[in-house]
Ligand binder design. Structure first.
Ligand code: NAD
Length: 495
């Protein structure tokens, strides 16, 4: 396989990093180099921010009508669909995710670009005509300015598409930094943006490391907002840096999401969703349903069924259409996952299935794993493992289930399974999480806001108000007619 080479997109031109350094990405499944990117450093970050700033302060994009902007976003959506197969292949080769799944993500991303295009034309503020005679208040929404967009490796194309189209819809300009492990599809998006008619400098894309490029993108005073998706640890540090210049921040961070199964649930459906929730994207997913909380009366039989079901999950070459679980992103990450399993065993939990890496192709695969007998205070029940590892806990009453569900620092999402609608609603309303699925899991729609409570993040993406997030509100307070409240000659200030 010949690796594809990528340069940096700065001010509408493909540019090599001044240092001449590159980053090589090896396919986690196949062990061969699939991409080489030019490696940006502080110098290129500075150039990219200058270009985005100039495009915002003097360029046409923030000044265009919503209708004109929406045409460009619709073009991008069509180009994503045209090149969907290539984009899916880039994400599969770099992340190790199954190709069939990657195709779904690219289709989902195109849908988000279309949704954002529609919102472009609906961006509006408010008016107040009841604030007094001869007074009118109008609140307009201005684009916030230059946005630094920083994304992780687990859903490379989908996550940039949850941010960039809304920032563009608002009239912002951007500097985008994908993960250094999976930059290809985002760099390829740069080509599509130019083809779609986006003016030079509006979007600049840098492949590079967080410690240098990311640090400039979060500290430079010319940047107005940070839109970050990644780990809670790095999110906190990016936020601390951004606080020095009081930038607005939007944070999509980690999760330790519970799926609560009541005895009266449709257990066949719950079983499939439990397996899907835990092993989709090899568990390398912020929304992974990594804590299965089962009502005690059915726990033993449910876990036995789960063991059988898990053995049917096809693990292997992500280019195989039928594979459900592909490779783990890096050897270091695989070792970290194994460490969590070993730690759980030491703490008294029992591995029912899996627990080991698979000696297959690159050797960078992990068997889908069930860890039973997990207690809420164990590390494996509290920290994000980010691998195909399901922890099983049990509960007696609905109240207890809610306490266990809420017993982590995270609050991204949760699932509740019961045929009793009252149980579903009561439990869902007690859970501290940005999304609660009832009798389904990890469903998504561009129309529905997504984001976390507690240390899972700040702000929401997607949904009707997604564009508003990239705006500042400006109040225009007007008086019409002759002045009515004279200050110098009428100290009582009567109107
Ligand atoms: P990460 O936090 O290690 O890296 C995320 C991005 O931040 C990368 O582009 C990285 O280069 C950059 N970065 C690193 N150090 C930086 C710094 N000091 N300043 C600025 N940027 C810096 O996360 P990851 O390992 O790539 O992704 C996995 C994490 O992402 C998991 O915790 C997962 O839960 C989270 N995630 C959250 C969501 C969500 O929507 N809530 C979605 C996907 C992934």
């Amino acid at each position: 396989m010949t690796p594809r080479s990528y340069e940096l997109l700065i001010d509408g031109r493909w540019t090599k990093a001044r240092s001449g350094e590159t980053i090589e990405r090896v396919s986690p499944a196949h062990g061969v180099t699939v991409s080489t990117y030019s490696k940006a450093s502080e110098h290129e970050a500075d150039l990219a921010i200058s270009a985005a700033r100039a495009a915002f302060d003097r360029g046409s994009w923030p000044r265009m009508s919503g209708s004109e902007r929406s045409k460009v976003l619709l073009n991008v959506a069509s180009l994503i669909e045209r090149d969907a197969e290539l984009l899916a292949m880039l994400d599969t080769l770099e992340s190790g995710k199954p190709i069939a799944q990657a195709r779904g993500e690219i289709a989902g991303a195109a849908d988000i670009w279309r949704y954002a295009a529609a919102l472009t034309r609906d961006l509006h503020g408010e008016s107040f005509s009841t604030i007094g005679p001869h007074k009118l208040g109008v609140v307009v929404r201005d684009p916030i300015g230059v946005v630094s967009i920083i994304t992780p490796w687990n859903f490379p194309f989908l996550i940039v598409s949850q941010k960039l189209p809304f920032a563009l819809a608002a009239g912002c300009t951007a500097v985008v930094k994908p993960s250094e492990l999976t930059s290809a599809s985002t760099l390829y998006l740069g080509k599509l943006l130019l083809e779609a008619g986006l003016p030079a400098g509006v979007v600049n894309i840098l492949s590079g490391k967080g410690l240098d490029v990311g640090a400039v993108m979060t500290s430079d005073p010319r940047v107005d907002m940070i839109s970050f998706t990644g780990s809670t640890r790095v999110g906190k540090s990016a936020m601390a840096t951004a606080a020095q210049t009081l930038k607005k921040v939007s944070m999509e961070l980690g999760g330790k999401n519970p799926q609560i199964i009541f005895a009266d649930a449709d257990l066949e459906a719950a079983l499939d969703a439990a397996v899907f929730g835990a092993y989709f994207n090899a568990g390398e997913c912020c929304n992974a349903g990594s804590r299965l909380i089962i009502q005690r009366s059915i726990a033993e039989s449910f876990v036995a069924d789960l063991q059988r079901k898990v053995r049917d999950v096809k693990v292997g070459d992500p280019l195989d259409e039928d594979v459900r679980v592909g490779a783990i992103v890096t050897p270091e990450h695989l070792a970290k996952i194994e460490g969590y399993v070993a730690d759980a065993q030491e703490a008294g939990a029992e591995v029912k299935v899996g627990g080991t890496r698979l000696d297959y192709e690159s050797g960078q695969f992990m068997a889908p794993t069930i860890v039973d007998g997990v207690k809420p205070q164990m590390t494996i029940a509290r920290e994000e493992v980010f691998g195909p590892v399901l922890s099983v806990l049990t509960f007696e009453t609905a109240e207890e289930a809610v306490v266990i569900a809420n017993g982590t620092d995270y609050g991204l999402s949760a699932g509740v399974w019961s045929r009793d609608f009252n149980t579903c609603l009561n439990v869902s309303r007690g859970i501290h999480a940005g999304t609660v699925w009832m009798n389904t899991f990890m469903d998504g729609a561009s129309e529905l806001p997504f984001g976390g409570y507690k240390q899972s993040g700040l702000g929401r993406e997607l949904g009707r108000r997604a564009v508003d997030d990239y705006t500042e509100e400006k109040t225009l307070h007007m008086h019409h007619g002759p002045r009515t409240a004279w200050w110098v000659t009428n100290p009582a200030g009567q109107a």
